[in-house]
Design a protein around this ligand. Structure first.
Ligand code: ADP
Length: 182
């Protein structure tokens, strides 16, 4: 899984990694944006959270994830943007344990706030206004950053510097994945 603030490059790196090792790359942000577009029940529940930059409630997230996992039927998955809360991480562990699986690597891609903000404003998605982007960074620090310690304690954490060119970061991510597999 890829951990890191909005603007860290999780989506870009997840796509590259998935190509390189044939993982199933799943971005919960993308799942929710599609659900909103299609007007599914989860999409209807998630819409206002996405727009304001708040986290979608765990219950909705976990339902979407469970449905997704049941539909793909694969175990080689790169999660991007999930888990984002302690509760999501603990539930994922339980879910994986049922299948005798665990998290191979939690790759923390770090970038300074200023750089994350700059990238988000460049990207210009509809929830990337300066105010919402700042708020999302704050939510990240409060709710998601504690997962770095959680996966550190589980011995699954790999730290990657997310600054620099895309292929430099991709090389660092790749190195971290290989190390986690040995
Ligand atoms: P970013 O990482 O730039 O914030 P994402 O596409 O990953 O972009 O997420 C966009 C929005 O989707 C988040 O602001 C949040 O509202 C919602 N979201 C995505 N994943 C989760 C999750 N695991 N838990 C709660 N909300 C989520």
């Amino acid at each position: 899984m890829l951990l890191g603030p909005p603007g860290a490059g999780k989506g870009t790196q997840g796509a590259r990694l998935a190509q390189r090792v044939q993982l199933e790359h799943v971005s919960t942000g993308d799942l929710f944006r599609t659900a909103v577009k299609n007007g599914t029940p989860a999409g209807v529940r998630a819409e206002s959270y996405l727009r304001s930059g708040q986290l979608v409630p765990d219950q909705v997230v976990l339902q979407v994830i469970e449905e997704y996992l049941a539909s793909v039927g694969r175990r080689d998955i790169c999660f991007d943007g999930f888990p984002r809360t302690y509760n999501q991480a603990a539930t994922l562990d339980d879910l994986l344990a049922q299948f005798g699986l665990d998290v191979t690597a939690a790759i923390h891609i770090s970038v300074p706030d200023q750089e994350a903000l700059r990238r988000l404003l460049l990207r210009g998605r509809s929830d990337d206004t300066e105010e919402t982007a700042r708020y999302r960074l704050q939510v990240y620090r409060q709710d998601t950053a504690p997962l770095i310690d959680y996966y550190g304690a589980a011995g699954a954490l790999a730290e990657v510097d997310g600054t620099g060119r895309t292929d430099e970061v991709a090389a660092r991510v790749w190195r971290a994945v290989r190390q986690s597999l040995t």
